[in-house]
Design a protein around this ligand. Structure first.
Ligand SMILES: *Cc1c(COP(=O)(O)O)cnc(C)c1O
Length: 314
C-alpha cells in the first residue's frame, strides 16, 4: 500500500520534471460560492491534466522500461503515459474507445505514441490493450491499479495541504478513483481533519453506487464528461475510498457545465467537464460550506471541440 514515504519520494522525483502547480483564490468566485475557495490548477500541467504526475512517477521507477508501455484510456491517462514515455525515450501504445475525443487523440499522437482505436467502451479497451501488451511483450499499465501512479498523483494533495494546512475540505472528481484514493492517503497522514469529498456525474454513478453500497457495481455511462465516464467501480481504489472518503456527491452534467462556465468567467480558467466537477459539487452544497476554507481541484483543461461548443453556447 502506498504511504507518505512513497509520496515524498515521488515529490522529490517529480521536482525535476514538473513545477508545483499554482493554487489561486478568486474574490469573485468566493463571492459566487460564499466560501474561501482555493482552485488547484492541474489544467496547467504540460498535458493539461493531473495524471502526468502518475505517468512520470511510474516510468521513472520502471526497471525494464525499454520494453515500452501499453495503456487504455479515454484521454488524459493516455497523454500522461505518452508524455512520460517520450521523456524517458520508450515506446508507448494507447488503446482508445471508438469515437474518441479528437483533441485527445491528436495530443497523444503529437507526443509520439501510437493510438489504437478498439472497443466500444473503456472496459473493452482493457482487453485489447492486454492482448497488444502480451503480443509485443510491453508492460500493460492500468489507469488506477498501480502504486507508483497513486504515489505520483498523491503529490498533488501533498502540495495543496502543505500550502494551505487550514483547508477544511477538498473536493475531488472521481472516475477510476485514483485521485480520490491519493487524496485520502495524504489527508489521513498530514491533515486528518480535512474532509475528502468525492464527486461524480449522476449520469455515470458506478463509483458512487459502489462506495455507497459497499460492493463493486456497474452502471450505464450516459455522461458527456469523459474523465468521469467509468462504468464500473474499481476494486483497488474502492477498498481505500470505502473507509477514507468522508462524503460523495453526485452532480448532473448540466451542473458541471455551469461550473465550467463559472471557472471560465470568474477564474479565467478553461476546465474540461471533469475539471469543473469539484466546483459543481461545492456549489451544490454551498450552504453547508458557507464561509469555510475549501479546495476544489481543477483536474484538467482538455476540452474537445464539441465540449467547447457546449461551453460557449448561450
Ligand atoms: C482521470 C481524470 C479524473 C478522474 O480521476 P480518477 O483518478 O480516474 O478518479 C478527473 N478529472 C480529469 C481531468 C481526469 O483526467
Amino acid at each position: 500500500m502506498t504511504d507518505m514515504r512513497d509520496v515524498l519520494e515521488a515529490r522529490r522525483l517529480l521536482a525535476s520534471h514538473l513545477p508545483e502547480t499554482p493554487m489561486w483564490s478568486y474574490p469573485v468566485l468566493n463571492a459566487v460560492v460564499g466560501a474561501r475557495v482555493h482552485v488547484k490548477h492541474e489544467n496547467v500541467q504540460p498535458t493539461g491534466a493531473f495524471k502526468v504526475r502518475g505517468g512520470i512517477t511510474l516510468l521513472a521507477r520502471m526497471p525494464d522500461r525499454e520494453r515500452g508501455v501499453v495503456g487504455y484510456s479515454t484521454g488524459n491517462h493516455a497523454q500522461s503515459l505518452a508524455y512520460a514515455a517520450r521523456l524517458f525515450g520508450v515506446p508507448c501504445s494507447i488503446v482508445m474507445p471508438e469515437d474518441p475525443n479528437p483533441a485527445k487523440v491528436a495530443a497523444v499522437e503529437a507526443l509520439g505514441a501510437e493510438v489504437v482505436i478498439a472497443g466500444a467502451h473503456l472496459g473493452e479497451c482493457a482487453g485489447h490493450a492486454r492482448e497488444l501488451a502480451e503480443r509485443r511483450d510491453m508492460r500493460l499499465v492500468s489507469p488506477a491499479d498501480e502504486p507508483e501512479i497513486i504515489a505520483g498523483v498523491a503529490t498533488l494533495y501533498a502540495e495543496i495541504l502543505a500550502a494551505r494546512p487550514g483547508i477544511e475540505a477538498v473536493f475531488v472528481p472521481i472516475g477510476s478513483g485514483s485521485g480520490a484514493m491519493a487524496a485520502c492517503l495524504v489527508a489521513r497522514a498530514i491533515a486528518p481533519s480535512c474532509r475528502v469529498i468525492g464527486v461524480q456525474s449522476a449520469q455515470a454513478p458506478a463509483a458512487y453506487d459502489s462506495w455507497r453500497l459497499g460492493e463493486l457495481v456497474t452502471r450505464p455511462v450516459k455522461t458527456v464528461v469523459d474523465g468521469l465516464a467509468t462504468g464500473a467501480g474499481f476494486a483497488s481504489t474502492q477498498a481505500v475510498l470505502r473507509g477514507g472518503l468522508d462524503d460523495f456527491t453526485l452532480v448532473d452534467d448540466d451542473e458541471i457545465l455551469r461550473a465550467q462556465r463559472i471557472l471560465l468567467t470568474e477564474a479565467h480558467t478553461l476546465a474540461e467537464g471533469a475539471g469543473a466537477a469539484a466546483l459543481a459539487a461545492l456549489l451544490a452544497r454551498r450552504s453547508e460550506f458557507a464561509g469555510r476554507e475549501v479546495a476544489v481541484v481543477c483536474t484538467g483543461g482538455n476540452a474537445g471541440p464539441a465540449e467547447l461548443d457546449r461551453l460557449l453556447a448561450a
